[in-house]
Ligand binder design. Structure first.
Ligand code: GH3
Ligand code: MG
Ligand code: MG
Length: 325
């Protein structure tokens, strides 16, 4: 961790709001800069528009004070260029031009405020504080908006009961996984797991206990597989896994491990212990399967066979034998 000569941890220091002063007049820069430093701000100076844009890009200031009339890029042009970037810092114009038309043009260019030379210390500092307060509110709003957006994205792709991926997300991952397997000829397997006689669990212990079992099922299955495996709740009491780079023999071993993860210890729901078993269908992607749906249908066929053969077992899909030419 970075330390300065006195041994203070630099990363622990609160960061000061950074103000970039843009003015071709060195006296103005020095005067306004010293007012800001005295009031606890960090200050950067640029003597023209080009330098201002470079510094703004490199240092992300919290506020810019920009002179309107400068050689090269004028204040309006600098302000427009800054505001064209997303999440731009606020701009206050500094100028000799105090007439209404100049103020309107400045605000239209994206400035939040306007101060007219000669400057009064107290007024400049009050306007700086006001602009930074607006920025703080805007930044907080942006953070909250991002949190809400991330939550919505998460909700759209995850099952609310188990927290696993939902069917919609699984279908999209399956399309990607199948496209990759087709392109590179790598193995890909699908496991479909359905809890046995789960209706009886609901009937005997109630729907809330059933929900608790489903949540715990999701946890146990996720714990038992690799991070690279895609696991989703496919519907009611049906779970699905996509296993990239996995041959069918390894998928069958994992399927048995998943069944064991459910069977090895009873599930707790309130005071009751519930014993859970599952049937599993496994299918390997083959060249004749043109779509993700055909891989899932193959796993479903194997699962159906597992149910028919008495449940609590794993069945591997047998691809139909190729008809000799
Ligand atoms: P099988 O061994 O043939 O799969 O029998 P099953 O009873 O598990 O299958 P069935 O399709 O007859 O019943 C599924 C049950 O799963 C019935 C339904 O109420 C229950 N179920 C589906 N989704 C949920 C859920 O979100 N919460 C709860 N508690 N139960 C659910
Ligand atoms: Mg079932
Ligand atoms: Mg079912």
């Amino acid at each position: 961790m970075a330390r300065d000569e006195d041994g203070i941890t630099l990363t622990d220091l609160p960061t000061l709001p950074l103000v970039l002063i843009v003015d071709n007049d060195g006296l103005t820069r020095t005067m306004v800069g010293s007012w800001l430093v005295d009031s606890g701000y960090a200050v950067l100076e640029a003597c023209d528009g080009e330098e201002a844009l470079r510094l703004a890009g490199e240092r992300s200031p919290d506020l810019l004070l920009i002179d309107l009339i400068m050689p090269g890029l004028d204040g309006y042009q600098v302000c427009r260029a800054i505001q064209a970037e997303g999440d731009a810092p606020p701009v206050i114009f500094m100028t000799m031009l105090g007439d209404t038309a100049a103020r309107v043009s400045g605000l239209d260019a994206g400035a939040v405020d306007y101060i007219v030379k000669p400057f009064e210390h107290d007024e400049v500092m009050a306007r700086v504080r006001a602009a930074l307060r607006t920025k703080v509110v805007r930044d907080e709003l942006a953070v909250r908006t991002k949190v809400v957006r991330d939550e919505l994205i998460d909700q759209a792709s995850h099952d609310s009961l188990t927290g696993l991926l939902n069917r919609r997300e699984l279908d999209s991952r399956a399309a990607e996984a199948v496209a990759l397997a087709q392109r590179h000829g790598h193995p890909l397997c699908c496991i479909l797991l359905d809890l046995d006689n789960f209706k009886d669990v609901n009937d005997a212990h109630g729907h809330a206990a059933g929900d608790q079992v489903l949540r715990e099922t999701g946890r146990r299955l996720a714990d038992a597989c690799r991070i690279s495996d895609v696991i989703a709740r496919y519907g009611g009491e049906e779970f699905i896994l996509l296993l990239p780079e996995t041959p069918p023999e390894a998928a069958v071993v994992l399927a048995d491990k998943l069944r064991w993860a459910l069977a090895e210890a009873p599930f707790e729901a309130g005071d009751t212990l519930i014993s859970i078993r599952a049937s599993v269908g496994v299918a390997a992607f083959t060249a004749v399967m043109a779509t993700p749906a055909s891989l899932l249908a193959a796993a479903d066929e194997a699962l159906y066979r597992a149910k028919g053969l008495g449940r609590d077992r794993t069945e591997l899909y047998d691809p139909p034998l190729a008809i000799p030419a």
